[in-house]
Design a protein around this ligand. Structure first.
Ligand SMILES: [Zn+2]
Length: 252
């Protein structure tokens, strides 16, 4: 609230954005037209990222991506809802469908992060004093993580449980993602790989899950990340998803 008390304060933040666009235009339009000339024909990103709306975890910024590199959807806590046929509009599912079917991305990365307020809201029902009409229902997508954490020995520090819950939420989203039929088909065909990444900005490291159930391991410069689901891991998960039956309802 206080941030909007002075027009100068709010204006300063927006003025920085306009100046930022001017620098962007200088790089991509005044000095070098080549990239945007090629992008005029359309986008062909190979990677889709599902990230949190958190202002500290912009995937293009933290991974140094260029225009055209990433197809991105961001939401509270970087969650993927399970497939559903309830007829209601679903923004994240629509973005996944467009990325996988229309753009034909080859990699989907679910990017979680440390100190995620959305995961904390799901875990502790800690709403920071706010009464939410939408956030509380949304984060229930990862309610199985809360049950999993409830089963942990509670002497562990709360911060450790929070970090573990954030990573477990990434894995839950990966499982949901793999249950969309159009995703599962491409994983089975070997043309789509699913990755679970975790940005720990307290440590300044990026980690990746080694499989659909973890563990998370730091990614090193120059390394080609292995998917959590895809190849052998993908086939195994696909079998388990198929055997569960329910996850194979039409989604979208
Ligand atoms: Zn977050």
């Amino acid at each position: 609230m206080a941030r909007f008390d002075t027009a100068a304060g709010a204006g300063g933040a927006l003025r920085r954005l306009v100046e930022g666009f001017d620098r962007f235009r200088g790089v991509h339009f005044e000095n070098d037209h080549a990239l945007y000339d090629s992008l005029l024909e359309g986008q062909r990103p190979e990677v889709m990222v599902i990230a949190c709306s958190d202002s500290r975890t912009d995937p293009a910024i933290i991974c140094g991506a260029q225009p055209g590199d990433l197809f991105v959807v961001r939401n509270v806590a970087a969650l993927v809802p399970p497939p559903t046929t309830d007829g209601a509009p679903h923004g994240t599912a629509a973005a996944i469908e467009f990325g996988v079917k229309a753009l034909g991305v080859r990699e989907v990365v679910v990017l979680g992060h440390s100190f995620c307020a959305g995961v904390r809201c799901m875990l502790d029902h800690d709403h920071g004093g706010h009464r939410f009409d939408y956030v509380s229902d949304w984060v229930e997508i990862a309610q199985e993580v809360r049950r999993e954490m409830d089963g942990l020995v509670t002497e562990a520090e709360r911060s450790l449980i929070a970090r573990r819950a954030e990573q477990a939420s990434v894995l839950t989203s990966l499982r949901h993602l793999a249950a969309y039929p159009f995703v599962a088909e491409r994983v089975a065909a070997g043309t789509l790989a699913l990755h679970g990444w975790y940005f720990h900005f307290g440590w300044g490291v990026l980690q990746a899950s080694e499989g659909p159930d973890g563990p998370f391991r730091q990614l090193d410069p120059g390394e080609t990340p292995r998917p959590a689901i895809g190849g052998e891991a993908g086939s195994a998960l696909l079998r388990s998803v198929r055997s569960s039956g329910a996850a194979w309802r039409d989604g979208g």
